[in-house]
Design a protein around this ligand. Sequence first.
Ligand SMILES: Nc1ncnc2c1ncn2[C@@H]1O[C@H](COP(=O)(O)OP(=O)(O)O)[C@@H](O)[C@H]1O
Ligand SMILES: [Mg+2]
Length: 304
Amino acid sequence: MRYADKPLVEISGLSKSYGKHHVLNDLSLTLDPGIHALLGPNGAGKTTLVNILSTLIPYDSGSVRVLGLDPQRQRSQLQGLISLTGQYAAVDGALTGMENMLMMGQLFGLSRRDSKHRADDLLERFELTAASAKRVATYSGGMRRKLDIAASLIAGPQLIFLDEPTTGLDTRSRQALWDEINALAALGTSIFLTTQYLEEADVLAERIMVLHDGRIVADGTASQLKDRVGGSTIQVHDGAGHIIETLPTQGSAQEVAHALSALARQRPDVGITVRRPTLDEVFLELTGEPVTDQNDKQKENAPA
Ligand SMILES: Nc1ncnc2c1ncn2[C@@H]1O[C@H](COP(=O)(O)OP(=O)(O)O)[C@@H](O)[C@H]1O
Ligand SMILES: [Mg+2]
């Protein structure tokens, strides 16, 4: 079966509520193959959307197609083409890395020989060969995460869902995982990842979608999103390199020069850096709210 002529994901008017709480609200979105990041604070509805797309939970209304298939009505057909690595690692601590891989291969109906072949290859790619005979309970968080992703790749999915793949990882493991995600994408696998880290979306994704109040409020490349906010920011720092002031500008040479000449007159000794807005600043501009935990907001609004 070929899906090359179909969009990767096609959603129109998707809604999903839990009781009175509208988590997804008339959401529409079309994605072509590639790396896509869904960005939003804790409680925004990222996992809900990923779980709908990856067949785990039903939706209330609207139309949803993933690789041309309806995740609700063509569930098992779609399950053979995608993989999901959840927010919490799903590997079994009592088994070794290799055993986990083989179990997953069996689950996807691969022969033992094919499973072993794929497992060797993936474990090597994720630098887990040396640890493959050790029980997963002895692995670090970063190693578990990598094994989790390696296991989800055993059947060679066309589309991989990664729900907050780097949450809770240290900087080094996070970087290693970013490298892996890029390597996967280079092999032609499409990726749909969720993240709370604006920086992560910026580094990884060709396209970034911002989820806010149950809808996609912005959608584009990191650079397009930054363009929507416009301009450049002048950072003023003291002798020790600490930022003591930030001056937003629209980014034209004239405006930047004007701001700088005023600064040069008043405080000739300070250092300056001119930079594009960060995605945090973009989020604030797009939603009118700083990046906060949506669950906290909900609790604040809830009657006592
Ligand atoms: N099974 C459920 N029952 C009731 N509320 C839920 C359920 N799953 C998620 N929610 C609520 O839906 C909102 C979105 O959750 P979620 O999709 O997990 O957000 P995110 O992954 O962006 O942190 C949250 O307020 C959460 O509490
Ligand atoms: Mg989540």
